[in-house]
Design a protein around this ligand. Structure first.
Ligand SMILES: [Zn+2]
Length: 228
């Protein structure tokens, strides 16, 4: 990759989650020998205003302002920009991969085609952050370390109850089941579980069943006795 240094330096300026995705995409291009120059990522308000004036940009709500977009151009083996090269097989392959990763391509826009442009919506405009979020679960290579999440949960980093649920998001169930399993292995106090069930700590019905896991039957039997 001719412009490797420059490309990586520009990617590095992006907001956190966009950067992770952009890096994944860029590695795909490197691996497939697709030569590109990422010539712009983040843009300041002043530059954007000038771009709108010149007509090369249409909005002051540009994803570049919030670090969620990059502009790239195909280059040849001499490093010359190929501004008409977006339809080549390689570049189309790269664009397909970008979309698979969640990017929106400006070339798909109907009214104002912007072929160099890729933007990552994340949770909407301006939602990405520039610092690694405190409760981020994803490492730099994009994998999730469940063991690490379990440790941090036990340390109290994600709080309890609803807060924990929210912070762990889609990893909640997996982490929580490991933690529950650990507790059960440490020592199970059925009396305690019964008391806590009666207090409502494990909810009712299916929720209770899920939370009590393999202890459900035993606990439930005694809870029923309690109410007899
Ligand atoms: Zn752009």
């Amino acid at each position: 990759m001719i412009y490797d240094k420059r490309n990586r330096a520009n990617i590095d300026k992006l907001a956190y989650h966009t950067k992770q995705k952009a890096l994944q995409w860029y590695e795909f291009c490197v691996k497939n020998n697709i030569n590109i120059l990422i010539y712009e990522t983040i843009r300041d308000v002043k530059t954007q205003r000038e771009n709108v004036k010149k007509g090369v940009s249409q909005t002051m709500k540009s994803y570049h302002l919030v670090g969620q977009a990059l502009d790239f151009v195909p280059v040849n083996s001499k490093g010359q920009a190929l501004w008409n090269g977006y339809n080549s097989k390689d570049i189309q392959k790269a664009i397909k991969e970008a979309k698979r990763l969640g990017f929106e391509w400006g070339g798909d826009w109907r009214d104002f085609k912007d072929k160099p442009h890729l933007q990552y919506n994340y949770k909407g405009y301006g939602t990405d952050t520039f610092t690694k979020p405190k409760n981020e679960h994803v490492s730099n290579n994009g994998t999730v370390d469940i063991d690490d999440l379990v440790k941090r949960t036990i340390r109290g980093e994600f709080g309890n109850g609803e807060e924990r649920k929210r912070k762990l998001g889609k990893y909640y169930d997996e982490v929580q089941s490991i933690i529950n399993g650990k507790k059960q292995n440490d020592s199970v106090n059925i009396d305690d579980l019964v008391k806590r069930t009666i207090r409502g700590e494990f909810g009712n019905g299916a929720e209770r069943k899920k939370k009590l896991g393999k202890y459900y039957n035993e606990v439930q039997k005694r809870v029923n006795k309690y109410y007899e």
